[in-house]
Design a protein around this ligand. Structure first.
Ligand SMILES: [Zn+2]
Ligand SMILES: [Zn+2]
Ligand SMILES: [Zn+2]
Length: 133
């Protein structure tokens, strides 16, 4: 059995992947190991090494090109798998904010003089335009 399989089995049984403590909800590890993992990753990052394999990281990233790709793929498939749920959640939030008369982007209150007829606050509109340009 590989280390990966062992970790998965531990996780499936409801243990921290590194020890027999219960994991932090939503995480693979207990609070102790999560903290150790964070420190380890911070050390790799400060040396410019990939946090997953300690090879030199890509400039401006915390991972090597191989793990960046993996991460991108993982994000994409996570998004694809949960697309409907994510979209539903965000449109639910937007609807609620609209009904409350606050910015649909960030929930800040809207002002009749600057934001009349708009559903987003001035900050979100600026951010949006900056993103487009
Ligand atoms: Zn642990
Ligand atoms: Zn790597
Ligand atoms: Zn806003």
């Amino acid at each position: 059995m590989t280390g990966k399989q062992r970790r998965k089995m531990r996780h499936d049984k409801g243990f921290c992947v590194e020890c027999d403590n219960p994991p932090v909800p939503g995480r693979l590890m207990c609070a102790n190991h999560a903290a150790m993992d964070r420190i380890r990753k911070a050390r790799f990052r400060s040396k410019g090494h990939c946090v997953d394999c300690c090879k030199p990281a890509e400039v401006g990233h915390i991972r090597c090109s191989y793990h960046l790709d993996l991460q991108r793929l993982a994000n994409r498939s996570y998004y694809r798998r949960n697309q409907r749920r994510l979209l539903e959640a965000s449109s639910r939030i937007k609807k609620k904010r609209k009904a409350e008369g606050v910015c649909t982007g960030c929930g800040a209150p809207l002002y009749p003089d600057t934001d009349s007829g708009k559903v987003t606050c001035v900050n979100c509109r600026i951010a949006f335009f900056k993103g487009v340009l």
